[in-house]
Design a binder for this molecule. Sequence first.
Ligand SMILES: N[C@@H](CCC(=O)N[C@@H](CS)C(=O)NCC(=O)O)C(=O)O
Length: 238
Amino acid sequence: MIKVHKYGPAFGLPDASPFVTKVETYLRIVGEPYEEVLTDVRKMPRKQLPCATIDGVIVPDSSAIIERLEARRSTKLDAHLDPKERAIAFAFKTMLEEHLYFGLLYFRWTADDGWRVFEPGLREMLGKLGVPSLLRGLVSGQARKQVTSRHETQGIGRKPREELAATCKDMLDSLSTYLGDNPFLCGDKPTTYDATAYAFIAGVLAPAFKNEVRDHATSKQNLVAYDNRMKAAYWSRA
Ligand SMILES: N[C@@H](CCC(=O)N[C@@H](CS)C(=O)NCC(=O)O)C(=O)O
């Protein structure tokens, strides 16, 4: 059985990390059973999660995990996409994972309103990993500094909040336009790209984090409907 190494469910989401949710959503789309393993990120090869144990080998990186699992399947999830559809879907995936992601980090880890919600969840996760309660504040404070430096290095985190939020809203607008009335990101059938799209749409819409980007996402009816459809199709069972 495939093992997914993860942070753990938080804020009403399957995992605190959208990249973990992406891998789990993919496994649910293809109907592959898996075991969830709450893992200390520091013990993983690249000090990041998700990782998956596949055939006894630990594979880091959500895209590498999905590629490896797809390689084992006789029918590929994306087989029906033509090269142009694939190129556009890949560009959207990259936008969400390499740009919107850093905006999400800002709203959870750096902005004081998000941190007030995020920190208690983080402390709970640290507790489940065995970090003594007296140390949890210190560890979460250090992690906050590290994460803030990640999105500042990427660049989006150096923008003033209003400009940063506008950048995130632009990305959601283009995602909403591309999705249109399709049941799935690329049309009538799910693809690997839906794993990313769902992970990020669910992450932005999480009711725990009330901010201007979430408000914008909730105004996009097709994004909300997509979130509900994907939840019902793939996340209604444990
Ligand atoms: N490219 C990686 C990104 C994974 C990633 O950024 N994971 C974050 C959580 S969302 C992490 O573990 N960060 C810890 C760190 O970088 O120190 C993937 O697709 O799996």
